[in-house]
Design a protein around this ligand. Structure first.
Ligand SMILES: NC(=O)c1ccc[n+]([C@@H]2O[C@H](COP(=O)([O-])OP(=O)(O)OC[C@H]3O[C@@H](n4cnc5c(N)ncnc54)[C@H](O)[C@@H]3O)[C@@H](O)[C@H]2O)c1
Ligand SMILES: Nc1ncnc2c1ncn2[C@@H]1O[C@H](COP(=O)(O)OP(=O)(O)OP(=O)(O)O)[C@@H](O)[C@H]1O
Length: 528
């Protein structure tokens, strides 16, 4: 019986005491080792006693243990109070220092710092050339908040003698590029370092509007194959563009044949003979029209290995994530687009090179592939795990062991990457999504990398099998051990016309296309 009583809970008498200990632990009680020692001593002592003696002595030891607990708790709460007092003192000193600095600052406006009381909204005025101190009005009392510290050069013979804290701020210079690197390959005019303040006046992900300076003359139409409704609409649209808008119209060779089979009057429609010829079309084409689903937009974009004319995508598929225009209203839509101005979504593309191990020292690599959605490296028909070594610039990222890896644009974030657990990202956010496919690991979360990096994915020499690359779900190529795929942001984005504007269109797509976060509204009759 006594041995039964000597379990952990009973050495404290009752469960309530043990609970008390638990809550004290949660409150920061840390003197647990002395407590454990006392408990052990009580146990050892009691084991040596007769049952009667043990009961009395048990009570004595138990009360001692309680005293130990109380002492430890007292120590803990005293320690806590001390720490709080110390924190309060630090806070008081900090506030004093801050007030002193603020006073000095306001007393000395002639040293180049001006207290701009007109700007009472507390916002930073990034456009100001001279350094400013901004103030914020808060209720009746004027609370002054230094929005940012000012970089100030100290004039050696200045009448004010740089006698306040500001003069102590170290001057610094920022420049573009990596440490020790002089080229400005990654330069983007989105940040300026004027007067030592870092500002971002123009961010790349702003809504963009396109205004025609002269009227568009030539359009090219891409259509989804094997669809009767698409074929009917393309016949109608081609005629309307020619008869009502006086435009030159290009279509694919397949579509030209279809149009001619309708009527020989379509011989005004132009086409091309081979892929080389279409790659030369860009300088002639003002606008691209797509009739189909997202796949047709991807197809159209893939036809342009360099700059791409603006695309007007009409929805004639089942999902239509990137196709905001309704085909029934094509006349109104095209009238408005041709008149301009129009909002566009600037969709970044990735450029991908395969570097073969056996050709790694050759100057020429295989043809560069441009993708609008993603490049996928997977195990193909192999039943082995893929083993892919990934590097970002020259830093090792990870080794993917699973079904594969998706390197996606933000436009592609709602496609395959989404299915593999990647985040949905607004298409105008510049970045590269790094999304594993079925990784055999509990901790492989998807990443989003910045747009200026180069990602290299290599099949290691000790890999059991090869890997397969596909570009926007097409054009599969095999990667043998030692081969690598190098991928970075392409300089030729794809601009797609918006129905309203890019954020509105994106949100509409995730609501209507993916039924994002749809749930029945909770009824109001329930606990309040
Ligand atoms: N498990 C998957 O979800 C999976 C598998 C393979 C390919 N894909 C995607 O299919 C794309 C190729 O499209 P396709 O039409 O030629 O093939 P497809 O006809 O097989 O269509 C794939 C589906 O993905 C949708 N889709 C394509 N791009 C999208 C985007 N940016 N946002 C939202 N949905 C999008 C299409 O509307 C279509 O419903 C690939 O780039 C890849 O992203 C997805
Ligand atoms: N002009 C074209 N020539 C050859 N293939 C095309 C062309 N346009 C689209 N495709 C291919 O046809 C397939 C289906 O096209 P698309 O995705 O546009 O239609 P969908 O599947 O009906 O639409 P959604 O993707 O909305 O379900 C895609 O694989 C795409 O690559």
């Amino acid at each position: 019986m006594s041995t039964y009583k000597l379990n952990h809970t009973d050495s404290f008498g009752k469960g309530g005491d043990a609970n008390g200990l638990r809550s004290n632990q949660e409150n920061g009680f840390s003197n647990l080792s002395s407590l454990a020692q006392s408990e052990k001593a009580v146990q050892e002592f009691l084991i040596q006693q007769t049952p009667m003696q043990a009961n009395d002595d048990h009570l004595i030891e138990f009360s001692e243990a309680l005293r130990t607990v109380a002492k430890a708790l007292r120590g803990s709460s005293e320690g806590k109070a001390l720490a709080q007092a110390e924190a309060a003192e630090w806070k008081r000193r900090y506030e004093l220092e801050r007030c002193k600095n603020l006073e000095l600052l306001l007393k000395a406006p002639s040293n180049g710092v001006c207290a701009d009381e007109s700007n009472s909204n507390g916002m930073m005025d990034h456009s100001a050339k001279s350094p400013r101190l901004h103030v914020q009005e808060n209720g009746n009392s004027l609370e002054r908040i230094c929005a940012h510290e000012v970089l100030q050069d100290c004039e050696p013979n200045s009448p004010n003698g740089c006698n306040n804290k500001l003069k102590r701020k170290a001057s610094f210079k920022l420049s573009w590029g990596c440490k020790g690197q002089t080229n400005d390959q990654h330069k983007k005019e989105i940040v300026s370092f004027e007067s030592g303040n870092i500002t971002t006046p123009d961010r790349s992900s702003k809504q963009i509007s396109l205004t025609w300076e002269s009227s568009p003359q030539t359009v090219i139409i891409f259509t989804k194959p094997n669809s009767t409704s698409v074929r009917v609409l393309s016949v109608e649209m081609v005629r309307w563009l020619r008869d009502h808008k006086g435009l030159n119209v290009y279509v694919e060779p397949r579509v030209k044949a279809e149009l001619l089979s309708e009527s020989s009057s379509f011989d005004f429609v132009q086409t091309w003979e081979d892929d080389k010829e279409i790659s030369l079309l860009h300088p002639k084409v003002d606008l691209v029209i797509t009739l189909g689903g997202d796949g047709t937009v991807l197809w159209a974009a893939s036809m342009f290995k360099g700059p791409v004319p603006p695309i007007v995508p009409f929805s004639m598929g089942s999902l239509g994530f990137m196709t905001p225009f309704h085909s029934e209203q094509y006349r109104d839509c095209l009238e408005s687009v041709l008149r301009g101005p129009l909002s566009i979504t600037l969709r970044h593309r990735l450029q991908c090179h395969i570097i073969r191990d056996k050709a790694r020292h050759d100057y020429e690599t295989e043809e560069t592939m441009l993708v609008l959605n993603e490049v996928t490296i997977d195990r193909g028909i192999s039943s082995y795990l893929t083993n892919l070594e990934c590097y970002c610039d020259n830093s090792f990222v990870t080794c993917v062991q699973g079904d594969g890896l998706i390197l996606s644009t933000t436009s592609g974030s709602t496609a395959y990457s989404l299915a593999a657990g990647g985040s949905m990202v607004h298409p105008q956010v510049p970045g590269i999504l790094f999304t594993p496919i079925c990784p055999h690991s509990l901790s492989f979360r998807p990443l989003i990398l910045p747009d200026h990096v180069t990602v290299r994915v290599q099949v290691p020499f000790n890999s059991r099998g090869s890997a397969w690359v596909s570009f926007d779900g097409k054009g599969r190529k095999q990667l043998e051990a030692g081969d690598a795929l190098v991928c970075s942001m392409a300089p030729w984005p794809v601009s797609t016309a918006c129905q309203v504007e890019s954020t509105h269109d994106f949100l509409r797509s995730i609501h209507d296309g993916l039924h994002w976060n749809q749930r029945k509204i909770q009824s109001s009759d329930g606990p309040q």
